[in-house]
Write a protein that binds this ligand. Sequence first.
Ligand SMILES: Nc1ncnc2c1ncn2[C@@H]1O[C@H](COP(=O)(O)OP(=O)(O)OP(=O)(O)O)[C@@H](O)[C@H]1O
Ligand SMILES: [Mg+2]
Length: 283
Amino acid sequence: MTTQPTWIIETRELVKIYGENHAGVRALDRVNLRVSPGELLAVMGPSGSGKSTLLNIIGALDLPTSGQVLVNGEDLAQIKNLDEFRSKTVGFVFQLHNLLPTMTARENVEIPMIGHLSAAERKRRSEELLTLVGLGDRADHLPGQLSGGQRQRVAIARALANNPPIILADEPTGALDSVSGAELMQLLRELNQRQGVTVVVVTHDLGVARQTNRVVFMQDGRIIREDYIGTPLEEDLKLWAHSGLGQRILNGDKELLQTLGISEKESTALQKLLQSIKHEQTG
Ligand SMILES: Nc1ncnc2c1ncn2[C@@H]1O[C@H](COP(=O)(O)OP(=O)(O)OP(=O)(O)O)[C@@H](O)[C@H]1O
Ligand SMILES: [Mg+2]
């Protein structure tokens, strides 16, 4: 009997050292990350902070130096056939789409299905996926005949080929203009909301991060902070909780409260509200 895991992705004290142990680069330094099924998570942080390394290890493209990775309830160290695991469980989308230039959009999307589906089923499924990403009429185009945003959408269709529960996207909007980037993010959000696909997206773009449920910030191979992204109302409240005015109300600035004509009872209520907003953000 299998039980639904609480976390679809969990890393425990994950360490990755590239090169010789003593002189090597510590790309990941005891990373503990937990992702709930159906979450849309952004990973941010400066260049070299370990974002791609983390994504690659979660997707079994690379091995950790130490620590544990559990994906979809399975310990990656225990999996014999990692190729099969990857093709069933995770879909990758990279900054540069990695499409094969001599193959059409449909043929590119079919690649991960080879060995799993018959030729006729592959054709049907790839056309369905291309339609899903809004490219039903471009199936026979070569990557060179598509725009950057369209190529990235083909890459998403390919990532979805085997219906994986997880999509790992490493700066998928990095090479796109802002409009195509926003469209691509919209697509990832739809897949997340309608099909329940768990999405982890590495990004340098705060606009992209704001469209997720949670942002994890990395620095020097560690997770240093995380931020929950609320509804637009909650986001406005957060902004206000961190403003100078919010700060003064939190500090119980009597003069200010008097000037604003706020009673003691009202100010206590406001303080509680602001405190809970701030608490949620750091908790
Ligand atoms: N194959 C490798 N061999 C040696 N060092 C590596 C290798 N890959 C990454 N590194 C180092 O590990 C650290 C983390 O790299 P990583 O690619 O994960 O960063 P990143 O956060 O994705 O950066 P960026 O935003 O520039 O893509 C960096 O210091 C990098 O130089
Ligand atoms: Mg990177």
